[in-house]
Design a protein around this ligand. Structure first.
Ligand SMILES: Nc1ncnc2c1ncn2[C@@H]1O[C@H](COP(=O)(O)OP(=O)(O)OP(=O)(O)O)[C@@H](O)[C@H]1O
Length: 607
């Protein structure tokens, strides 16, 4: 049983990816805008700077044209004063424009930082609020891929591509106006080439976005697999199956690389194609310009300015094609982010839900006619009835897969029963707030969950405001205080990677101490099976007995020797209660429990 997530749920899987249902580009951009709007002042400033920088850059070709005309070609005279005058102002305009561009770049990086921070926080917060059921069908690695890769893709777009888009847009618009003021006739070739570029780019964009979507999904699946496999590294090594998983990883890796290759390859064809169309327009403009100059309709300076503007005009159109590919990649990434954010959270508490105050809980838990299955066609529990009186210990036993953990999942409301009800002190738990219900239980599970932090933080995290003395008292009661003090940093020892630097038994004792500190009126215990030595096991048993005193306890028991004093023993078989009673009653009955007990007893004697 796992403490951190879907108890009993899969640790990772090839589950659904965050790619459906599809959202239109407009909807995605609107949602991205809501994040940008969070720093609207900076965005407004960026727009103003971008306009100023572009206007200054646009002045350059005009001044250059004046400088060319000041050479008075064909008249054998050169007005050096005027040439230097225009050259000086060109220099100033380009310098200020460059400085403003630099300012704009730093501003956009800052905007991207803020947006990414909020997006990541929202995604993580949402992941924390998703129902346990969500993780039954989605790989955690895929969710983490959204958190890192997809949000990074958005960040790149905001910090670099967006400036380029803004700049390009202004340059194109500005150059267009300037070209028209110089010579509307010379603009004619663009009337053919611009629509051709636009139509081609749109066609490619429609094709490339699904490829980017596939790329994100393949990468998510790869991350999911890697996360799952690294989680089970020891088992894989123990079974010497590393090569098998390497082959599977290879297949997923190849899929991800192929998806990446196909998306990038397809996208990279757009730029050169649009570039070719635009270069064609340049050739046409130069030819037409020469003809108009020869006919005396236009000065050489104007032709030169026009050519410079037409370069400015068509350059961004080329880049637009590349940026469009980037935009498609961003849209695919943002779509995954928003699809994840759209996953429904754990259903909210009923509007009239009551708060269960831990101090007032007596601990009477009644399950009546419970039917449950993780999917409607696969029932796990059927017609389950159980009454735990305050302070009683209920032991749940049964073969693997019988549904023991499932009962805990229902008690904690990680899932709701399909039929039947569960009450605590007479309150239907569907009419209690989930937070207060869960706080009424302490859970000590086999699969301990400790986070990277000091031992003190790990013990105290369930109970904010607890004193150091209280933490130490709980550790003493759990028989782990002396061990903690024996560590060089004592309570300030940092537990790495879920407590990988201490033993399993010590981890279990720490979680018992944590449960003691929480001091909840009810308790859920999943007995340790075989991962500790006899001495530690006795220590854990002692600590658990102390913890159980005066509380209603649900114990998932694997060794029947430890539950002989339980007030009720529930033997589950195929989702039904096969037998129910005290140890003595069940032995006297001579049924399945009796047979199971004898088998274990004989086993241990034989051992
Ligand atoms: N998250 C889940 N999604 C779908 N099916 C599940 C899920 N968790 C458990 N099951 C199925 O429900 C049944 C009961 O599982 P449960 O974990 O309650 O058994 P258990 O008695 O606790 O087993 P064990 O002693 O091995 O821990 C099993 O058939 C299991 O495959």
């Amino acid at each position: 049983m796992r403490e951190s997530k879907g108890l009993g749920g899969p640790a990772g899987n090839d589950g659904k990816s965050f790619e459906r249902p599809k959202q239109s580009a407009g909807v995605i951009l609107k949602r991205l805008w809501t994040y940008l709007a969070g720093c609207r002042r900076l965005v407004a400033l960026a727009i103003v700077i971008s306009i100023a920088s572009n206007l200054l850059a646009l002045v350059g070709p005009k001044l250059s044209g004046y400088a060319v005309d000041a050479l008075r070609p064909g008249q054998g005279q050169v007005d050096f004063e005027a040439v230097f005058f225009y050259a000086k102002w060109m220099l100033v305009a380009y310098l200020v424009s460059a400085a403003l561009s630099y300012l704009l770049a730093t501003l956009m990086v800052r905007i991207a930082r803020d947006v990414v921070y909020r997006l990541r926080r929202d995604v993580f917060e949402h992941l924390m609020k998703l129902p346990v059921r969500f993780y039954d069908s989605h790989a955690i690695g895929d969710a983490l891929s959204v958190l890192s890769y997809d949000i990074d893709t958005i960040s790149t777009m905001l910090s670099t591509d967006l400036i380029q888009m803004m700049t390009n847009l202004l340059t194109v618009a500005g150059s267009f106006i300037m070209m028209l003021t110089i010579s509307p006739l010379l603009f004619l070739p663009f009337l053919v080439t611009i629509p051709a570029s636009i139509l081609f780019t749109r066609y490619r964009a429609r094709k490339v976005r699904p490829l980017y979507r596939d790329r994100s999904a393949a990468l998510g699946a790869l991350n999911g697999y890697a996360e799952e496999m690294t989680g089970g590294l020891e088992t894989i090594r123990a079974y010497g199956r590393g090569n098998v998983f390497l082959h599977r990883f290879d297949a997923k890796n190849a899929q991800a690389c192929e998806a990446n290759y196909r998306a990038d390859c397809f996208a990279s064809m757009t730029g050169p194609s649009v570039g070719f169309i635009n270069n064609l327009s340049l050739a046409l403009v130069s030819t037409l310009g020469a003809v108009l100059y020869m006919a005396g309709w236009i000065s050489l300076g104007s032709v030169s300015s026009f050519v410079l503007y037409s370069r400015k005009f068509s350059g961004p159109i080329n880049e637009f094609a590349n940026l469009f590919s980037e935009l498609q990649s961003t849209l695919a990434a943002a779509e995954r982010v928003f699809t994840l954010l759209d996953e429904p959270e754990e259903a909210p508490d009923a509007p009239d839900a009551q708060v269960l105050a831990p101090a007032s809980v007596r601990g009477e838990v009644v399950l009546t006619g419970i039917d449950f299955g993780y999917s409607p066609d696969a029932p796990v529990l059927q017609g389950l009835n159980l009454r735990a009186k305050p302070g009683q210990t209920i032991a749940i036993v049964g073969p693997t897969g019988a549904g023991k953990t499932t009962i805990i999942n229902l008690l904690m409301r990680f899932y709701d029963p399909l039929r039947g009800s569960i009450t605590v002190d007479g309150h239907d738990i569907r009419h209690l707030t989930r937070a207060s219900l869960r706080l009424a239980y302490s859970m000590v599970l086999q699969d301990t969950w400790l986070f990277t932090g000091t031992i003190y933080e790990n013990l105290a995290y369930g109970k904010p405001g607890v004193t150091r003395q209280e933490v130490m008292n709980a550790a003493r009661a759990a028989h782990i205080h002396r061990f903690i003090l024996s560590l060089p940093q004592g309570y300030d020892t940092v537990l790495q990677d879920g407590g990988a630097n201490i033993s399993k038994g010590q981890r279990q004792l720490l979680t018992i101490a944590r449960a003691m500190l929480l001091d909840a009126p009810m308790l859920i215990l999943d007995e340790a099976t075989s991962n500790v030595d006899t001495g530690t096991e006795q220590q854990i048993q002692k600590a658990m007995l102390t913890l159980m005193q005066g509380r209603t306890c649900f114990v998932i028991a694997h060794r029947l020797s430890t539950i002989q004093n339980a007030d009720q023993i529930l033997l589950l078989q195929n989702g039904r209660v096969a037998e129910q009673g005290t140890h003595q009653e069940l032995l006297a009955k001579g049924g399945a429990y009796c047979a199971l007990y004898r088998a274990q007893f004989e086993d241990s004697n034989a051992g």
